[in-house]
Ligand binder design. Structure first.
Ligand code: ATP
Length: 368
């Protein structure tokens, strides 16, 4: 196990900057998810850890060692991709064993020379990997006789068998159907809990990130936007990008202006949103602001201060999503059960000041 640290790391391909000035410490034993839209640089960051991309600037450490110039084979990491490419003619046991046949390992204590494992050592490791990943009943089968989820577990076992310091995973679940993806997510979290290895996991799927991560590093345009626990990035997004990338549906972000009347509030057209308590940044009359409120924090209330017109209602079984217009701007309201407000009707919404996040529209940053 080891930590992974990016110190002002950049990666350029000619004119294109794929990763810019990345400063991020992945703590030993944590499951760090690199999350962001396509092209944000997350795969490039992962490939730099693997040693598959040269680093243009900055330092990358695995544990205490700067690895910028360390050969990929010497980095002691394992990588699992979305296309797991098992050997079709080999049994599950042989597939899991395959990396042990080619690589050398430092198994005789610190400082000892690397050597190939003996047959008995290989058997023991395959048995352990099969046990951890619940593959014992399938060891004699060929990949064609496995389900997609079982095949993905074989790929994980093959990565696990070398006991790497760090696991790298690049969208490993994206080839699975929705049900299997949800199940494999739980298995991966459980595996991580049991082996406590550092995992760096790349995805564009924020649900995967929210459900699996110890911490999430949100990236956009090659830059780190925020790093924090799932709850931190959900509850206190640092900027408008994170606010609108995390959450399904995302945070409502409405443009308004500050009004000092009646104790202070943010006017969005004729509707008044409260200012969150404890705000350190002074606000001035007429200042442009963006009000951020999660859909679940806009309950219908007869004495609410926000007037909204219902534009659409989507019923999801246990809850409904009501699309509304607030002074011409679109917002979403999440409500338990079925909506009783017909399309076209006017409703009033309340909002707890503590549920409001204010952003500066110019810098896009959260006001603290
Ligand atoms: P995706 O989820 O689509 O894989 P990503 O967030 O992982 O996207 P990267 O693959 O890291 O993004 O790419 C980041 C940027 O770097 C993109 O603009 C991409 O076009 C560019 N890029 C990546 N590899 C190369 C390359 N070999 N040569 C030139 N540009 C590249």
């Amino acid at each position: 196990m080891a930590s992974v640290t990016f110190e002002h790391v950049s990666k350029r391909y000619g004119e294109v900057t794929a990763v810019e000035d990345l400063d991020l410490e992945i703590v030993d034993g944590e499951l760090m998810v690199l999350l962001g839209p396509s092209g944000c640089g997350k795969t490039t960051a992962l490939r730099m850890i693997a040693g598959l991309e040269e680093i243009s600037d900055g330092k990358l450490r695995i544990g205490d060692e700067v690895v910028n110039d360390v050969d990929p084979a010497r980095r002691d990491i394992s990588m699992v991709f979305q296309s797991y490419a098992l050997y079709p003619h080999m049994t599950v046991a042989r597939n899991i064993e395959s990396p042990l046949l080619v690589r050398r390992y430092h198994v005789d204590g610190p400082g000892s020379p690397a050597r190939k494992l003996t047959r008995a050592e290989r058997r023991e490791r395959v048995a352990e990997a099969a046990r951890v990943l619940d593959l014992e009943p399938y060891l004699a089968r060929k990949p064609a006789a496995l389900s997609g989820g079982q095949r993905q577990r074989v790929a994980l076992a093959r990565a696990f068998v070398g006991r790497p310091k760090v696991f790298l995973m690049d969208e490993p679940l994206s080839n699975l159907d929705a049900k299997l993806r949800a199940q494999t997510r739980i298995e991966l979290v459980d595996l991580h809990r049991r082996v406590a290895t550092t995992i760096v996991y790349v995805t564009h799927d924020q649900v995967e990130a929210m459900t699996m991560a110890s911490r999430i590093a949100v990236m956009a345009d090659g830059r780190l936007q925020q790093v924090g626990t799932p709850q931190e990035v959900y509850d206190r997004p640092d900027n408008l990008f994170v606010a609108q990338f995390i959450g399904t549906p995302p945070m409502n972000c409405l443009s308004g202006t500050f009004s000092a009347d009646a104790g202070g509030g943010v006017l969005v057209g004729t509707s008044r949103f409260p200012v969150p308590p404890g705000l350190q940044t002074p606000l001035v009359e007429g200042q442009a602001l963006v009000v951020g409120v999660r859909p679940e924090h806009l309950p219908l209330a007869t004495d609410g201060t926000i007037e909204a017109v219902v534009r659409a209602v989507e019923w999801l079984g246990h809850e409904c999503l009501i699309t509304v217009q607030v002074s011409g701007q679109t917002a979403t309201v999440r409500q338990a059960g079925m909506s009783t407000s017909p399309v076209g009707s006017t409703i009033t919404l309340a909002v707890d000041p503590a549920a409001v996040t204010l952003f500066d529209p110019a810098s896009t940053r959260r006001l603290s």
